[in-house]
Design a protein around this ligand. Structure first.
Ligand code: OOG
Ligand code: MG
Length: 264
């Protein structure tokens, strides 16, 4: 993996992204200024961002992997995957109100989330290993918020922006993975009582646990492992839907119940 950015560039870009995340304003994609930026550069900026968040007292509770379904890749014009860290202050309780004034242009996605009971390490992590290390799965709504103007980006930029991570809500009914078929779960997303998207969990790499294995292998390339007790989102099953104040979103999953969130 090639790095083109200097240490100074990495710190500068991490500060720029952090400013946009905390201040909820849009910035041009980073490759406008650094056209040669690579995926490895993007992960260096993300690692610096994570270091700064931890230094500010935040706790990393897990990870998300994104751009794992055709619908998402087509919507964003980017062939994934991208991973990002999840911090404790991004979590919101089921059916709570998420404030949009803290966000640039929020969108919602329905995802299968995993909670692990054993640590996982790459390389060569497999779906079977992920399932054996999973404590339970649950439905989740991810609220993504790309900080890039017009939601237009490329893979190095979105990785530097921590995979557009902003908020997440877990809920519904937690299940042991052995008790359900994770490939065939139907999901319907409703906004203000109307169906806005629907799909099936196989849209995520044929099986959402494949996405977790991919995440573990990407973490391995960065010299990291996925600790036991991590909360991990496997990627939007359908395309993401824009939300505004007053919207009420509910994702209904077969076997996993439903999860909802409101916006103000
Ligand atoms: C990148 C994040 C994608 C997913 O589930 O595919 C993502 C974006 O679309 O802003 O979280
Ligand atoms: Mg997502």
């Amino acid at each position: 993996m090639t790095l083109t950015l200097t240490r100074e560039d990495i710190v500068r870009l991490a500060e720029r992204v952090e400013g946009a995340q905390r201040g909820a304003y849009a910035i041009p994609k980073l490759t406008d200024e650094y056209p040669a930026m690579t995926v490895a550069d993007g992960y260096s900026v993300q690692a610096e961002l994570r270091r700064r968040w931890i230094a500010a007292g935040e706790r990393i509770v897990g990870w998300k992997v994104g751009l794992t379904s055709k619908a998402k890749m087509l919507q964003m014009g980017v062939s994934g995957p991208s991973i990002g860290f999840l911090a404790s202050d991004m979590a919101r309780p089921e059916n709570s109100i998420v404030q949009t004034s803290d966000l640039v242009h929020p969108r919602v996605e329905c995802e299968v989330a995993f909670v692990t009971k054993h640590k996982l390490c790459g390389p060569h992590c497999t779906r079977e290993q992920v399932l054996a290390a999973t404590d339970y799965v649950l439905p989740a709504i991810e609220i993504i918020d790309s900080r890039f103007s017009g939601f237009k980006f490329d893979l190095p930029s979105v990785i530097a922006d921590n995979g557009s991570s902003a908020r997440f809500v877990g809920g519904g009914r937690a299940r042991y993975p052995a008790d359900i078929d994770l490939r065939t779960l139907g999901v319907v997303m409703e906004k203000n009582g109307e169906i806005v998207s629907m799909g099936a969990s196989a849209a995520v790499l044929g099986h959402p646990a494949e996405a977790i294995a991919m995440l573990v292998n990407l973490l391995g390339e960065q010299g990291e492992e996925l600790p036991a007790g991590s909360f991990v989102m496997s990627g939007g099953i359908t395309e993401a839907i824009a939300v505004k104040p007053g919207d009420n979103v509910i994702a209904r999953f077969q076997e996993l119940g439903s999860v909802s969130v409101r916006f103000s």
